[in-house]
Design a protein around this ligand. Structure first.
Ligand code: GLC
Ligand code: CA
Length: 578
């Protein structure tokens, strides 16, 4: 096996810049705040940062509507602040990748302002403009965020296409000038030393050139409501097929692989940079060397409960699929990000949330592949349900509120509840640093951009957990250190054991000795997702393991693999020695 690249060994940590740390006390996170917290991140033990968009933006989609690809949002700081952050991270051995939004710009990007100024503007074809049909939009396509995918522009009497909000017009990637302009921006950051990019929503980049109508008879609101009230798995399956049909001409269209190859060749002009796609399709690995380095294992997240059976089945399928693409197709696991509920809220059971949060981290750090963690999960931050529609910042929540109240004519309380469930704000609240007003994110009395979750006062904050050796934060630190010191956990092959076990997950991670001086190593991992104790008997050639980690109190330094007692919710890692 070739020596691993840095991004194969790394644990990534996603920073959501608006909510991570507020350096100037104005209620909005910023680069100064991030710079001040670099020591915290180093101490935590992560290796790389994925920074959600830090570019100038009118914030209709919380920064995923970029108004300038080569600058920094003024509320976050300056380009010099960014350089200081990047250098500070690098000095601590932490890499930084940026978020690159390819599908669309902000409607306030100067490219779009020019493009919409007249039909013969040289940048007209940088976006997707079409004539209307019978007094309406060019076809029946929806925006995934609600309403028609087409917005009428009275000045030039045409419609432009937007897969997301109308403030996010889609770029026309079939125009070579667009490619050049974005590749220039990519080089701008690579020249500065950033280590790569997370590619936003790549599946949406191309549309069917003939714009055929989708065949679904329901409206998007109707389909959404039907899914909400689906009567069972078969019904849900049928509705999700309709959903796919509704968007079939708007996603995963031909041309993507050539485009990703082009981007890869830009990246490969530089040493050792990485591309990770917001997509689960393994075809984006190309031949293993010519497209993306990683795509997320989103299928792992698509469940209400992370049971051992679910995780095992996911690993079996995913690892086999990746191996079939190429030995270079590297897995990449995550359980949460700024678009999904918080890990603790989503996969907790209400009674053992803390225990499960620990197991979920242990799972992330012991499965094969590069883990991506989301800021705040290390202290067990939970979803915040907003109480008032005026507090919502994610327009998706606002859209759901109006759709339920005004289109479906349901009561306002129900609309608010649905909106709170749909809104991504719940996982984007400010990081809770201390037990003080505003969780110490901003000074007392300052109105933060989203409300701070009041559970900072009951232990969900960094400072309290730093002082407590048994806190979730210290569990994260220990496990991150364990992983760093255990080659088998980083690069080892995965072999599932006890495949029938419903309560626990057991597997081996094994790495051979290598020509670069690395010794061989085999670890046995047992993760007990239940409140029952179990005595596990493994029929292995090596019977004794040196204990590397256990979340339960245990005696001695070694364990007998033919009789391993694991306690309720225990995470166990042992290294086979003789
Ligand atoms: C991605 C981002 C999400 C954003 C969307 C449109 O899915 O993660 O936050 O709203 O793309 O840019
Ligand atoms: Ca600030």
């Amino acid at each position: 096996m070739a020596e691993l690249k840095w991004w194969q060994k790394a644990v990534f940590y996603q920073i959501y810049p608006r909510s991570f740390a507020d350096g100037n006390g104005d209620g909005i996170g910023d680069l100064r705040g991030m710079i001040q917290r670099l020591d915290y991140l180093q101490d935590l033990g992560i290796d790389a940062i994925w920074l959600s968009p830090h570019y100038p933006s009118p914030q209709f989609d919380c920064g995923y509507d970029i108004a300038d690809y080569t600058d920094v949002a003024p509320e976050y700081g300056t380009l010099d602040d960014f350089r200081e952050f990047l250098d500070g991270a690098h000095q601590r051995g932490i890499r930084v990748i940026l978020d690159l939004v390819l599908n669309h710009t902000s409607h306030l990007h100067r490219w779009f302002i020019e493009s919409s100024s007249s039909r013969d503007n040289p940048k007209r074809d940088w976006y997707i403009w079409r004539d209307g049909r019978d007094g309406g939009p060019p076809n029946n396509w929806y925006s995934t965020f609600g309403g028609s995918a087409w917005e009428y522009d009275a000045r030039t009497d045409q419609y432009y296409y937007h897969f997301f909000f109308k403030q996010q017009p889609d770029l026309n990637w079939r125009n070579p000038e667009v490619r050049q302009a974005i590749w220039d921006a990519v080089r701008f950051w690579l020249d500065m030393g950033v280590d790569g990019f997370r590619l936003d929503a790549i599946g949406t980049i191309f549309e069917h050139p003939d714009l055929p109508d989708h065949p679904v008879q329901k409206s998007l609101v109707e389909l959404g409501a039907a899914m909400e009230f689906a009567s069972g798995p078969a019904d849900r399956e049928k509705l999700s097929k309709e959903w796919e049909a509704m968007f079939a001409y708007q996603v995963e269209q031909p041309g993507m692989h050539e485009l990703m190859q082009e981007l890869r060749s830009v990246i490969d002009e530089y040493d050792d940079r990485v591309l990770v796609g917001e997509n689960e399709e393994i075809v984006y690995h190309g031949n293993g060397q010519n497209e993306l380095h990683m795509v997320f294992n989103f299928p792992l997240m698509k469940t209400k409960q992370l049971t051992p059976d679910w995780i095992r089945a996911n690993q079996q399928q995913r690892l086999a699929e990746l191996a079939a693409v190429s030995p270079e197709a590297w897995p990449c696991n995550t359980l949460g990000n700024h678009d999904s509920p918080r890990v603790e809220s989503r996969y907790g059971d209400g009674a053992h949330d803390d225990e499960l949060a620990r197991l979920h981290l242990a799972q992330m750090l012991t499965l094969r592949g590069t883990p991506f963690l989301y800021n705040g999960e290390e202290i067990g931050m939970t979803d915040l349900e907003l109480q008032d529609i005026s507090q919502f910042r994610d327009l998706m929540g606002v859209w759901v509120y109006h759709a339920v109240r005004d289109d479906l004519k349901l009561p306002a309380e129900l609309a608010l509840q649905r909106a709170a469930e749909a809104s991504r704000d719940r996982a984007r609240t400010p990081l809770q640093w201390v037990n003080a007003p505003n969780g110490g994110f901003s000074p007392a009395g300052v109105e933060t951009w989203l409300p701070v979750n009041p559970n900072y006062a009951v232990g969900v904050n960094v400072a309290d957990q730093e002082d407590d050796p048994h806190s979730l934060l210290n569990f994260y630190r220990q496990m991150l250190r364990l992983r760093k010191q255990t080659p088998a956990l980083i690069s080892g092959y995965y072999t599932s054991l006890h495949e029938e076990a419903a309560d626990y997950l057991a597997f081996l991670r094994h790495v051979d000795a290598d020509p670069f001086g690395g010794a061989g190593q085999t670890c046995l991992v047992a993760l007990n997702f239940s409140e029952h104790s179990h005595t596990l008997s493994f029929n292995l050639k090596t019977r004794v393991a040196r204990r590397r980690f256990s979340s339960s109190g245990r005696d001695g330094a070694t364990d007998d693999m033919s009789r391993l007692d694991i306690g309720p919710f225990e995470a166990y890692v042992g290294e086979l020695i003789s």
